[in-house]
Design a protein around this ligand. Structure first.
Ligand code: CAA
Length: 285
């Protein structure tokens, strides 16, 4: 039996959740956006508004289309607002305990047929699914940052994920105009298994004095044609997220080659988390 998704709940109104809400609404889905406070939801809505306004100013979108997209997104300060959602995508911080607590509180508020997707970038989908009342209806839907721009969605089945859940997810990814790649449920999946060790190695290169921040980023931008240097990208992703992913790889794969660079640890301990705190490898103040 196929599952039709009309209304999507999104947990987390930050750069990932806000981006997911934006692309889902732009593709015709009704969206309910949740975060831990109304201020955060409103900040997420303001960012979406700004992104759409930029598209209008560039002539990619009309003012009427922008109004329609925004009207499809409602504020959901509690999980009760998800009671008619067909799919809820969790895009909270990359912390397993926090995600577990979210799922425990979320499940009782959902209708029995609702699917749950997690935007986790590295944590076991099978383990997260086991904390819910519906592992068959649980799936990894990993968007890339910035969501409105990046073409890929990585989809990860947990051990119990049903074929119907996978097909409904595939249909959603296609409807929002993204390309899907399937990864097996191993730490970091595909993108972050490859990308984060590269970023971590760039941080070691800085730590060992092989190059300055600028020379490392220039080397990879101009020498390997990366759109951003690895340190600029680390600031963009968030150094706390980078560290969490490296810890998942290190613990999950038990190989010293994934050891987080001590400099990354130190920056996170200092609260230098990259662009979002206006200080990371670069100074944005
Ligand atoms: N939100 C929405 N739109 C954005 C945006 C954002 N944060 N940043 C840029 N854009 C849009 C711009 O409006 C512009 O749109 P138009 O083409 O319609 O005019 C377009 O993207 C290009 O932007 P710019 O010209 O300003 O800048 P750019 O050409 O330098 O591109 C970039 C910016 C797309 C971010 C590019 O630098 C890039 O691709 N960087 C690498 C991003 C990347 O690797 N992402 C993956 C991170 S890993 C991940 O997400 C997985 C994880 O779990 C950690």
């Amino acid at each position: 039996m196929s599952i039709e998704i009309r209304k999507v709940g999104v947990i987390g109104a930050g750069q990932m959740g806000g981006g997911i809400a934006q692309v889902a609404a732009a593709s015709g889905y009704e969206v309910a956006l949740n975060d831990i406070s109304e201020e955060r939801i409103n900040a997420g809505l303001a960012t979406i508004n700004g992104n759409l306004a930029r598209q209008v100013s560039k002539g990619h979108l009309t003012e009427e289309e922008k109004t329609l997209i925004l009207a499809r997104i409602t504020s959901a300060p509690t999980y009760e607002h998800f009671n008619d959602a067909d799919l809820v995508i969790e895009a909270a911080v990359e912390n397993e305990d926090i995600k577990r607590k979210i799922f425990q509180a979320l499940c009782p508020a959902l209708k029995p047929t609702a699917l749950i997707g997690t935007n986790t970038s590295s944590i076991s989908v099978t383990r997260l699914a086991s904390t819910t009342d519906r592992p068959e209806q649980f799936i990894g839907i990993h968007f890339m940052n910035p969501v409105p721009v990046m073409q890929l969605v990585e989809v990860i089945r947990g051990i119990a994920t049903s074929e119907e859940t996978f097909e409904a997810t595939r249909a959603l990814v296609e409807k929002i105009g993204k390309s899907l790649t399937v990864a097996e449920d191993f730490p970091g999946f595909i993108v972050n298994r490859i990308l984060l060790p590269m970023i971590n190695e760039a941080i070691y290169t800085l730590y060992e004095g092989v190059g300055s921040v600028e020379s490392i980023d220039t080397a990879m931008r101009l020498g390997a044609n990366h759109p951003m240097g690895p340190l600029q990208l680390a600031d963009f992703i968030g150094l706390d997220t980078c560290l969490s992913i490296m810890q998942v790889l290190y613990e999950g794969l038990a190989d010293s080659k994934y050891r987080p660079c001590p400099l990354l640890v130190k920056y996170v301990e200092a609260g230098w988390l990259g662009r979002k705190t206006r200080r990371g490898f670069y100074d944005y103040r």
